[in-house]
Design a binder for this molecule. Structure first.
Ligand code: PLP
Length: 950
């Protein structure tokens, strides 16, 4: 027998998992591009002046088995205690069917934000369910499809109220009973906008002195108060009432809408979403109908398709940052879609009766707990409570906290003489006995029976909620499973096809990287758990921070921001704090190129900066002369320049160092938007190129899945001089205020980038970058001649993405960028990024994950579309009745009458479409304008279904 060594490497080695093209495919691609090797292409593409000197070295890459073993070692350094800390985070039971079919299901977690509604009907329905549930629970007309966390949602509510309130005051009142992190984030967000924050007990509110007041319901120490009188007084003073409400409590308690509240916000974490040491979870916002146009975040609405059938889509998008830029209602882009979907299914699973039963059980247990404590002689506050109480313990605080630890229970330390206790749905009767023991009391759970004396009738909710049929499915798991499957099948996610979304980096989220997310020793940890119980998390976060510093060339990282846009905000605040510390309060100008992502100007505006827009040169680069002139004009007032590298035009600009030098020469700081880091890892470092601070989108470059519009993580890296000014947190300290509710943002998903880096090693990460550049250049080469590639760098190469121009076809054939995007659906693809950074263009980013076969399928589809355009140009087919204008085609087009000048087959099965595994969009083209004119943002009433059935 002869033994022949082969150069084939099994799946688990040499990073074949993440690198799409096989070695043989790469050779073919080199031939197409006329290069001899990958390194030759990279040398042609990435300017030598920015290349990093040292290769990345993180030791030997781990195999999947090694990775999971290493993760287990880290996970075991976390200790799971029973959590009774409360303060906005609670134990919850994720129904296993939701964990498996949604949280662990790539059909849900690899989807993109539903900007293309025809391929997103499943998640849009789930999000509409979420909005309906929130709107019902809060008693307010309109709810959005999630915000980042409760604290930022509260801050968004404050700035929203400032915009819409008729009061001329520049002060907001914040109830001292709000969770400390909510008060702290509101303070952070108000400071740059010169909004005064007055914190006090609700009785101290002077309605005439403020434009709004924020109350927490129930309060952080457990108080249940009715704010109806305060809100009425606020309205008389032309001010607004904002209530931060626990949605589970709202199943039993009078809802904010019934108190007259204008805006309600809160966290849906306890609706089946694990704590994850702080996140990710979905925050909600609901408001009165009158204020809907001022609302931040995404809003799902109901519209119709070209056949007049019901179809969902995002509404009122003109409020959003990508259109409104510095005038936007907020900078929120990535939110928490996947977690909102989980919470909505928790609601679908339990229905209103189930949710109420859970809340009642929690309340009864709390009542029994209190009966025991009171029988034992303790003074328990408040008189009326839902699930949280505060016990006066005097000098015994330390002793009882310690005794709690022996029972493996975490309480909340309140002041120096009190202990806070919160009950959740995971608390069993045996835990109550443990609590009593910790307080030196010896009772059995059966010793006390709840009497419902602590929530008098006037506090009870009297209105119905979640009456819609979607919350009254047959609750057999069979039905639930099929409902989740049906919705998933309506969507096109990465588990079906390439999603070539420029700037969004839709790369593989490998299964091995995802697995630890749902391990209990990562998921069941409260963000304010004692340090000695989170050693695993601490080790992982420190290690990841160090590696990200090495990758980016920065000296320190903050893991707090929960999205790229939050990173921008945090980074710009850091810059402003630095200027302030140097006595440079006057620096307020931020230079931003016209091609910047909409979040850039929106974030700068939130920091109180004045945005000055810099032109692009003909070739798409920053117009350096314009930049210099504007920097000079700003002079001593220059605070920062925000640039993106490689540029949003998909080019490694040669002038980046010059732009940074000009900024520094005027005393400004350079913010480099790191969303395009996938083109740099291992090749160049933003910190070396001249950046002082960057955010990294871990949900782009580092494999956290997009989740259909979140979660995300946008940590920022900074140079040493900025490190002292990074966000702090009331629980962990620091000079500056926090930008997120939890000290490390959403640590529950940080295991994913950690795992990705461990699996790739330095060399693998660099290889990924190179192949991302190879794949983009391959597409640019295959499309050129048919489509114009708008911007190129040196040697005619593009970076990791390329922009193609479709504007000529509007003129020649009446075909818009939208028509091409919808026609790609017929081919089985998600459209590239549309009309950004240049209107009428498509920005294509294949990432390293896609194989040559998939790239070819996409290019074939694009070339076939070009031929269809040519047929219109040459008059061979009607300008208004053709496959592009009628796209996407559905099963409805296959059956029934057909009177079109092309065949059904041409319509439904264009090039690239799979014969057997064809993706069928569930609706024809969605009419966005109709939907905005007839705005409906909750599930349509039952009658609508009956009409449809008739
Ligand atoms: C995605 C992106 C952002 C915003 O990131 P989010 O996480 O969605 O807030 C900012 N800048 C650029 C260039 C991006 O591509």
């Amino acid at each position: 027998m002869t033994f022949t060594p082969t150069d084939y490497l099994p799946y688990d080695f040499a990073n074949r998992r993440h690198i799409g093209p096989s070695p043989a495919e790469m050779d073919e691609m080199f031939a197409t591009l006329g290069v001899g090797s990958l390194d030759e292409l990279i040398d042609q593409t990435v300017p030598a002046s920015i290349r990093q000197e040292e290769p990345l070295d993180f030791g030997k890459p781990k195999s999947e088995r090694e990775l999971l073993w290493a993760m287990r070692q880290i996970a075991q350094k976390n200790t799971i205690f029973t959590t009774m800390i409360g303060q906005g985070y609670y134990g919850t039971v994720t129904p296993p069917a939701i964990q498996r079919n949604i949280l662990e299901n790539p059909a849900w977690y690899t989807a993109y934000t539903p900007y293309q509604p025809e391929i997103s009907q499943g998640r849009l329905e789930a999000l509409l369910n979420y909005q309906t549930m929130i709107s019902d629970l809060t008693g307010l007309e309109i709810a959005n499809a999630s915000l980042l966390d409760e604290a930022t949602a509260a801050a968004e509510a404050v700035t929203m109220a400032e915009r819409v309130a008729k009061s001329k005051s520049k002060a907001v009142f914040v109830d001292a009973n709000c969770h400390p992190q909510n008060i702290a984030v509101i303070r952070t967000r108000c400071a740059p906008l010169d909004i005064e924050v007055i914190v006090g007990e609700p009785e101290a509110l002077d309605p005439g002195a403020v434009f709004a007041a924020v109350f927490q319901y129930p309060g952080t120490y457990g108080h249940v108060r009715d704010f109806t009188d305060q809100i009425e007084a606020l309205h008389e003073a032309k001010a607004l009432g904002i209530v931060i409400a626990d949605p589970l409590a709202l199943t039993l308690l009078k809802e904010p809408g019934a108190m007259g509240a204008d805006i309600a916000v809160g966290s849906t974490q306890r609706f089946g979403v694990p704590m994850g040491y702080g996140g990710p979870h979905a925050a909600y916002m609901a408001c009165r109908d009158a204020y809907k146009r001022a609302m931040p975040g995404r809003l799902v609405g109901v519209s119709i398709d070209s056949r007049g059938n019901k179809a969902y889509r995002l509404s009122l998008q003109t409020r959003e940052q990508h259109i409104r830029r510095e005038k936007a209602t907020s900078n929120v882009c990535t939110a928490q879609a996947l977690l909102a979907v989980m919470a909505s299914f928790y609601g679908v699973f339990h229905g209103p009766e189930g949710l109420k039963a859970i809340a009642q059980r929690i309340h009864r247990k709390t009542e029994r707990l209190v009966m025991g404590l009171e029988a034992g002689g303790y003074t328990v506050e408040p008189e009326l409570f839902f699930d949280t109480v505060t016990v006066e313990v005097g000098a015994l605080q330390g002793v009882i906290m310690e005794a709690g630890r022996r029972e493996r229970i975490n309480f909340r330390r309140v002041g120096t003489t009190k202990i806070g206790i919160a009950v959740d749905e995971t608390i069993r009767p045996a835990v109550l006995e443990g609590v009593w023991r910790a307080f030196g009391l010896d009772y059995r759970a059966e010793d006390f029976a709840a009497g419902y004396t602590r929530l008098p009738v006037q506090y009870h909710r009297t209105s119905e909620f979640m009456t819609h049929p979607t919350f009254h499915h047959n609750r057999a798991e069979t039905e639930m499973m099929r409902y989740m499957r049906r919705l998933a099948d309506r969507d096109l996610a990465l588990d079906r096809a390439m999603i070539p979304l420029g700037s969004c980096t839709m790369k593989l989220n490998a299964a091995a990287e995802m697995m630890p997310v749902t391990w209990p020793d990562f998921s069941n940890i409260h963000p304010f758990a004692p340090a000695d119980q989170v050693r695993g998390y601490t080790e992982m976060i420190e290690d990841l921070s160090a590696k990200l510093c090495t990758i980016t060339g920065y000296d320190a990282m903050s893991m707090q921001p929960n999205s790229g846009a939050q990173g921008e905000y945090a980074g710009l605040l850091t810059i402003m704090a630095y200027h302030r510390a140097k006595g440079d309060e006057h620096r307020h100008v931020c230079l931003i190129p016209v091609s910047a992502h909409g979040t850039n100007p929106a974030s700068a505006q939130m920091c109180g900066m004045d945005v000055v827009v810099v032109k692009s040169a003909e070739n798409g680069d920053i117009d350096v002369e314009d930049f210099r002139a504007k920097a000079e004009a700003a002079g001593d007032n220059l605070a920062a320049a925000m640039i993106t590298y490689p540029s949003t035009h998909g080019v490694f600009e040669e002038t980046v160092r010059e732009v940074c030098e000009i900024t520094h020469a005027h005393g400004g700081q350079v913010y480099i938007d790191g969303a395009n880091l996938n083109a740099m890892v291992g090749l160049a470092r933003p910190g070396d190129v001249g950046g002082d601070v960057s955010h990294l989108n871990l949900h782009k470059t580092f494999c956290i899945p997009h989740g259909g519009g979140g979660p995300g993580m946008g940590p920022i890296g900074v140079k040493a001089h900025l490190a002292p000014h990074l966000p702090g947190h009331p629980e962990t300290g620091g000079e500056e205020g926090p930008v997120s509710a939890a000290p490390y943002g959403s640590p529950g998903i940080l295991v994913i980038p950690w795992a990705y880096i461990a699996l790739m090693g330095g060399e693998g990460l660099t290889q990924a970058t190179k192949v991302a550049i190879l794949n983009a250049n391959y597409i640019a080469r295959r499309l050129e001649g048919s489509f114009e590639v708008l911007y190129r760098g040196r040697n005619g190469r593009v970076a990791h993405e390329c922009i193609i121009d479709t504007r000529p076809y509007a003129e020649s054939a009446g075909v818009t960028v939208d028509d091409i995007a919808k026609r790609l659906i017929d081919n089985g693809f998600h459209a590239p990024t549309m009309s950004w950074p240049v209107a009428g263009t498509l920005m294509i980013e294949p990432t390293e994950s896609e194989t040559k076969a998939e790239l070819d399928r996409f290019c074939d589809a694009m070339l076939a579309i070009r031929e269809e355009i040519r047929a219109i140009e040459e008059g061979r087919i009607d300008r208004d009745n053709n496959p592009l204008k009628n796209a996407p085609h559905t099963v409805e087009d296959l059956i029934g009458d057909w009177d079109r000048p092309y065949s059904r087959e041409e319509g439904c099965y264009p090039a690239g479409a799979f014969r057997v595994d064809k993706y069928w969009p569930p609706v024809n083209r969605v009419d966005n304008v109709w939907g905005d004119r007839h705005l409906v943002c909750t599930c349509p009433p039952l009658e609508a279904y009956q009409e449809a059935a008739e």
